[in-house]
Design a protein around this ligand. Structure first.
Ligand code: PHB
Length: 397
């Protein structure tokens, strides 16, 4: 049994665990030889609206390594942690803490696109190896792409790219898009707009809520008055629970079909309950994907943590698989930067989401599934777009 991380234990672990100790007694002197252990730093949200996402990512990563006796390339692993609170204002400081103070060999971070931008800035200055297990900021594998930065999740361009075609195919030609006003939502909207307009749809109104606010009432009233054919959105974590419940409670669910990028219904279906039934989304994963790797992964995750896996757990798991593959190739040497990067660039990940490869810009090339919530599950309707590759605009790697 892997020690489960829960919302309650995570903060305590963060304050009293290896991460906190590292800042005090385990701090290596600058320039000194590093310990034999591979130093892995989690820069993730452990508090706030994305706390559960950070926890699932760490759980998934640890589960992948558990398959190797907890090791990477035959070497023990030492973990360091920083709670980035999904707060972009603290991102550079937090990145510096984990990279410069804790001297990790690799950072696994983060969830929030704005925070990722701060982390990438520090990664580009220091050359540190960074694996992004969620944050979709397009620039990370676009104009700010960098040899030492890899993403194991998606770009914000990807999940909503197939959505417009699906909606027009269902006869919904006039839509409202509603989202939090920050990079992830804005980029999800821009990509949705591209695909929706190309398919013959038009966006009648774009509505925004500041992140991480969940006061939706006034905007739901506006949607009711606008009477679009459908609503599309980006919300995730705690905000997604509130939005889906408020949408149903406002009486909109029966009248105006709700669509979104699949984060809307990931890891939150129990909390959303009846309100989520019928919601249609596109995403690179679904609980019910019928492949052997997914079945084994979901059962091992449940055994280890006593809770069900979701897309964030998968992304954490795949981040572990990527590192395992790379360090197997280098015999555990993470300091052989060129070899590590080459191995990651050539990686083929046999994932619970289906097999995926790394694009030249270091972002997954992967299938996107159309899902509909049925009886409390994200049921797979089909593949909405196969082997979708982010355009990597501005990346010249
Ligand atoms: C992001 O900020 O990039 C982000 C956060 C949560 C998600 C997806 C994207 O579920």
């Amino acid at each position: 049994m892997i020690k489960p991380l829960t919302r309650h234990s995570s903060r305590r672990d963060f304050l009293t665990g290896v991460g906190a100790l590292a800042g005090v007694s385990l701090l290596p002197l600058a320039g000194c030889a590093k310990s034999d252990k591979v130093r892995v730093g989690f820069m993730l949200p452990y508090t706030g609206t994305y706390a559960q996402l950070g926890i699932a990512i760490e759980n998934g990563f640890r589960l992948a390594l558990a398959g190797q006796g907890g090791k990477l390339g035959g070497r023990e692993v030492e973990y360091f942690k920083v709670d980035d609170e999904s707060n972009p204002a603290k991102a550079t400081d937090n990145a510096n803490k984990i990279i410069t103070r804790d001297k990790v060999d690799v950072v696994v971070g983060t969830v929030h696109s704005g925070v990722a931008m701060g982390l990438i800035k520090v990664a580009r200055e220091t050359g540190s190896l960074v694996l992004i297990p969620n944050a979709g900021a397009n620039a990370a594998t676009g104009e700010l792409c960098s040899p030492n930065v890899f993403r194991t999740s998606f770009s914000n361009w990807q999940p909503t790219h197939p959505l417009g075609k699906v909606m027009v195919g269902n006869g919904h030609k006039k839509a409202v898009f509603i989202t939090w006003k920050y990079a992830a939502g804005e980029e999800a909207l821009a990509s949705f707009a591209e695909g929706y307009r190309a398919a013959g749809g038009s966006i009648v109104k774009e509505l925004f809520v500041p992140f991480p606010n969940v006061e939706f009432q006034a905007l739901l009233t506006e949607i009711a008055a606008l009477q679009p054919d459908a609503v599309a959105c980006f919300f995730a974590g705690g905000g997604a629970v509130k939005f889906v419940k408020d949408y149903a409670a406002a009486g909109l669910k029966q009248k105006i079909p709700l669509y979104g990028s699949g984060f809307l219904t990931e890891g939150v279906l129990d909390a959303q309950g009846e309100a989520a039934e019928g919601v249609m989304t596109t995403l690179h994963y679904a609980d019910s994907l019928d492949n052997a790797r997914n079945a084994a992964f979901r059962s091992a995750y449940r055994d280890a943590y006593g809770t069900d896996a979701d897309v964030y757990a998968v992304q954490g798991y795949d981040t572990g698989l990527l590192l395992i593959q790379a360090l197997e190739k280098t015999g555990g040497d993470i300091t052989d930067r060129e070899a590590v990067i080459a191995a990651m660039e050539g990686a083929v990940i046999d994932s619970p989401r289906g097999q995926w490869t790394m694009s030249k810009a270091h972002n997954p090339v992967q299938d996107f599934y159309l899902r509909r919530v049925e009886n409390g599950d994200n049921k797979v309707i089909g593949v909405a777009w196969s082997a979708l590759e982010d355009p990597a605009r501005g990346c010249s790697m």
